[in-house]
Design a protein around this ligand. Structure first.
Ligand code: UDP
Length: 380
């Protein structure tokens, strides 16, 4: 099957990293069309996946934008739509991996007469998207998509609650290659040395810096933990959240935590960094659609604590393979951190359980098979 994948982002967020894994088996007969240039294109090229940047004009619609902003951007997107229609005619299927890709892909699928798959990596709720954006996404998916792949039950439920047709949806979780998360102990030790982490209890937060990802919650919780507890913040402001970055630095300074919080920026050695941590914290203040970081921490054998909402609740069985805490509850988060600090043996057992579960449940081979079977059943 020849697939035209579409993604709006030039930067590698979770949806984009997932798309690399999905597109890989189809790379000899497919194309990934991007709506922006950047590091994601480079990653696709490194994986020998054909890629073309289809426009250099940013589509000025945000998750919170209303109808007027959407209409204003129409002028810009018409040339892009024409290009996508032309490309789509050479492929059997359009696979939209993001919301803006859905908009362009839906129109192109109509004119090029190609079926459309929408991979939903978002929770279509009012916390994440304006009402206009939710309506557009749901209506386009209902009218044009033959299949909606939801990345969790939480994303599926939000889609249906927003008016999406349940019968279009199938839940398929992100897949991972467990081998990538088996790290060399000496590499990890060296990293700990370089970062000055030896002898500390290290909590890692792996996410782009954005208010809803809740790095500020972890910093507040850190202020309630003993001195040896240290935080590394791994990730950058991918989508212009510079005010939030300033706010985080101010918060660290105000709490006198300069020696206990390290901002590491975007890193590509996530498995080694996770292995260097005693705990990975995932602190989104709104429901997370899936939470790749949670599964990655599990595969590294590092204990994980996450917000009790959205996809995280499908990944973590509290007390068995990880910890959950109510969104934004810094006291409860601090309590979990202190438990991990004191009960190392129990926490290690939970991390081992998590690793076994994650290897079974999120194995790339079986996830890719699920996608292949779904596409074959619908489109062969
Ligand atoms: N990530 C990374 N380098 C960083 C920070 C994050 O490669 O510096 C990766 C992380 O390992 C994960 C992805 O970015 O695979 C984030 O996915 P997630 O589902 O957690 O969040 P999203 O970006 O989709 O909101």
């Amino acid at each position: 099957m020849k697939i035209l994948f579409l993604d709006q982002s030039g930067k590698p967020g979770g949806a984009e990293l997932c798309l690399i894994d999905i597109a890989k088996p189809y790379r000899d007969r497919s194309l990934v069309g991007l709506f922006a240039d950047g590091g994601f294109k480079t990653l696709l090229q490194q994986n020998q996946i054909p890629v073309e940047v289809l426009t250099n004009q940013a589509i000025q619609v945000k998750k919170s934008s209303g109808l007027i902003q959407g209409l204003k951007s129409l002028r810009l997107i018409i040339p892009l739509i024409i290009k996508v229609i032309k490309r789509a005619r050479k492929y059997d299927l359009i696979y939209a991996n993001t919301q803006k890709a859905l908009v362009i892909g839906a129109i192109a699928s109509f004119f090029a007469r190609r079926p459309l798959v929408y991979h939903l990596h978002d929770i279509l709720s009012k916390e994440h998207f304006s009402q206009t954006n939710r309506r557009i996404a749901v209506n386009l998916a209902n009218h044009f998509a033959s299949v909606v792949i939801a990345n969790s039950q939480a994303s599926q439920t939000a889609f249906v609650q927003a008016g999406g047709h349940a019968n279009l949806t199938t839940v398929i979780y992100n897949g991972f290659e467990p081998e990538i998360y088996q790290t060399d102990e000496s590499d990890v030790r060296q990293l700990q040395q370089e970062l000055g982490l030896i002898g500390k209890f290290v909590i890692g937060h792996f996410s782009r810096l954005a208010p809803w990802k809740g790095q500020h919650i972890l910093i507040d919780a850190l202020a309630q933990c003993p001195q040896q507890v240290t935080v590394i913040l791994v990730g950058d402001a991918l989508f212009g959240e510079q005010d939030y970055v300033k706010q985080l630095h101010n918060q660290v300074a105000d709490l006198g935590l300069e020696n206990r919080v390290k901002f590491l920026g975007f890193r590509s050695n996530v498995p080694q960094l996770m292995a260097a941590c005693d705990l990975v914290a995932h602190t989104s203040i709104f429901a997370e659609p899936f939470g790749r970081v949670i599964v990655e921490a599990m595969l590294c054998g590092t204990p994980v604590v996450a917000t009790q909402a959205g996809g995280a609740m499908e990944l973590i069985e509290p007390g068995i393979n990880g910890f959950l805490f109510p969104p934004g509850d810094t006291q409860e988060l601090a309590r979990v951190i202190n438990t991990c600090l004191q009960e190392r043996h129990k926490t290690t057992t939970m991390a081992n359980n998590a690793r076994k579960m994650a290897i079974q449940r999120f194995n790339m081979t079986s996830i890719n098979r699920q996608i292949a079977q779904l596409l074959a059943a619908k489109f062969s």
